[in-house]
Design a protein around this ligand. Structure first.
Ligand SMILES: [Fe+2]
Length: 352
């Protein structure tokens, strides 16, 4: 006759009533640990399991109620911080805005904060991740994943194409200049900071323009530049675009010299996505683009940002270029998340 198996209809993993009670007690305590660590979601999940195992468990229900209250209070405080931060930013009080928004990011989800912060400034850019399958995306559609991590939050393997594709951000560029309506503002949030390297550098394209010789300024004022993602990808070794990709990634034209609509200052609009000067012989146009990029990225125009956990850096792509510095992508996780606002029009439709 076969041995009788222990019966455990509730699925607690316990075989007797006392085991079951002990297990429930353990779950209640584990929920409290999460609760006092501020992890209300996990606490509620655990206590919900207890309430399911033992229908109407009074303590579990009371705990869940309390955790929901704490969650609602945190959400309210978070919204308040965010609202005050955005108001301070809009009134030009950068110090207060920085303090409040940093707290909001530390205490809330950076995804929600970044999206809510930028939403009032215009249309948000949908992320473009050509090498990521639909189901493998880590972040929401309006957030660009600038990390070296897969959906399992582990660094990409050495041969992973997504890792090589990230090398594109190591070249000086402005975000999405290959789009008809390029990106205006970008907000980059640091969720895991690389242990070594991985800084972001910014080049001031207003200062670079101001420092150009007068005759060069005159020569370039009305030039249009062709930009395409195929061009920048080819610069990091992706030269095997399919016909479909070529059709999807049609190039666009942008102004080389822009005028900022608020300050009235002129600046250079360059990017690794720039392929040539419209209407010029290719070598002559490339020569100009190389020279302007060299001039614009001299040390006196460059700021290097060394990331701290939860930093959020906001920049205006209309007056800057940026690039990421080297780190060790196969072993050193770097989790950076970007949200961006689109410019109103193509740059050629803007007065210079
Ligand atoms: Fe970028």
């Amino acid at each position: 006759m076969p041995e009788t198996l222990p019966v455990d209809p509730a699925g607690t993993g316990a075989s007797t009533d006392s085991d079951r009670e002990a297990r429930i007690e353990q779950l209640l305590l584990s929920g409290l640990d999460h609760y006092f660590a501020g992890k209300f979601d996990q606490a509620i999940n655990i206590w919900t399991r207890v309430a399911f195992l033992e229908r109407g468990h009074g303590r579990a229900r009371a705990y869940i109620e309390r955790a929901r209250g704490a969650q609602a209070e945190r959400h309210r405080e978070h919204e308040e911080l965010l609202h005050r931060g955005v108001t301070a930013y809009q009134s030009g009080d950068m110090h207060t805005a920085r303090t409040l928004l940093t707290r909001a990011i530390e205490e809330g989800g950076p995804t929600d904060v970044a999206l809510a912060f930028l939403q009032p400034f215009g249309d948000l850019q949908e992320s473009v991740e050509y090498l990521t399958e639909k189901g493998d995306k880590r972040l929401p559609k309006l957030m660009t994943d600038s990390s070296n991590l897969g959906k399992d939050n582990q660094p990409f393997d050495a041969g992973d194409k997504r890792r090589m594709n990230n090398l594109g951000s190591r070249r000086w560029h402005t975000d999405q200049s290959f789009k008809m309506r390029p990106v205006k503002y970008s907000l980059l949030c640091a969720r895991t900071v690389a242990k070594q390297g991985g800084e972001t550098q910014f080049a001031d394209m207003r200062g670079a323009y101001d420092a150009l010789p007068g005759e060069l300024k005159e020569r370039i004022t009305d030039l249009a530049i062709e930009h395409s993602l195929l061009s920048s990808r080819s610069k990091v070794g992706f030269t095997d675009a399919t016909e479909l990709e070529k059709a999807r990634l049609a190039s666009v034209h942008q102004r080389l010299v822009r005028r900022h609509p608020r300050t009235g200052r002129r600046s250079l609009y360059l990017s690794s996505h720039a392929s040539h000067v419209v209407g010029w012989p290719l070598p002559e146009g490339l020569d100009l683009l190389y020279e302007l990029t060299d001039r614009a990225t001299q040390p006196q125009f460059v700021y290097t940002h060394t990331w701290q956990l939860y930093d959020a850096v906001l920049w205006d792509n209309r007056v800057t270029m940026h690039r990421a510095r080297r780190h060790v992508p196969e072993t050193d996780p770097r989790d950076m998340r970007r949200v961006s606002v689109l410019d109103e029009t193509n740059t050629l439709a803007q007065p210079v």
